[in-house]
Design a binder for this molecule. Sequence first.
Ligand SMILES: [Ca+2]
Length: 237
Amino acid sequence: MSDRNGRNWVLWVLFVLALFSFFPTSARANTIYFQGFEGADPPGLPAGCSVEPLWESKGNWATRRFGWSPYGVLPHSGSNMAYFNSGSTSIGSAARLVLDGPLDFRGYSEITLTLWVYHDNQRETFDLINLQVSTDGGENWEYLGEDILRYSTSVGWEEVSRDLSAYAGREKVLIGIRGLSYFGNDIHVDDITVFTGGEIDDPLDDSDSSSGCSTGILNPLFLLLLAPLGLLVRKSR
Ligand SMILES: [Ca+2]
């Protein structure tokens, strides 16, 4: 290989490395559970999911392709979503949607649960859901964070996130969504994900973005790689 060819080869390697450093990977590190309700036949639930009525109420969870309470809700993804019937059942009715599982959290240290919930600004009542975890087969349930209210002045799908790292190393983890009715509108949810490891974002992006979008800010590694590239270009002239 001549000197010139050698230099060209090095230039190409540096160029490719620089490209990789420029495009930040925003993919979630390792998805260990996903439920988008696409495998269910409405109003049925996906295989392995179940509903636990609470306080012997008429609260219920089911799936649908189109929501009418509020009218016109479409799934966050695909053509199906789950909903709690707070728009048609009496105040105080509650039911828990138990997701298919249990999940095995052995071998992980950092675990995150995310879910998309639909907010509407009609009928200002306190219909709400809670994200919950059980490690004893569904006997006892722990609440994850604050209530998630249906009503909001900001209408549309919102991604909600909860840290599950406290359950790392547990062998049988069940995830539940408890719905509580105040007889307002139904509460729709979709695209429930459990992933391990942090979400890999651009290190310079300190905004609280839940969409995982890249800001396009130059990665410092990119600039570092450019320095020798410049020297080589000068030498090769
Ligand atoms: Ca879906």
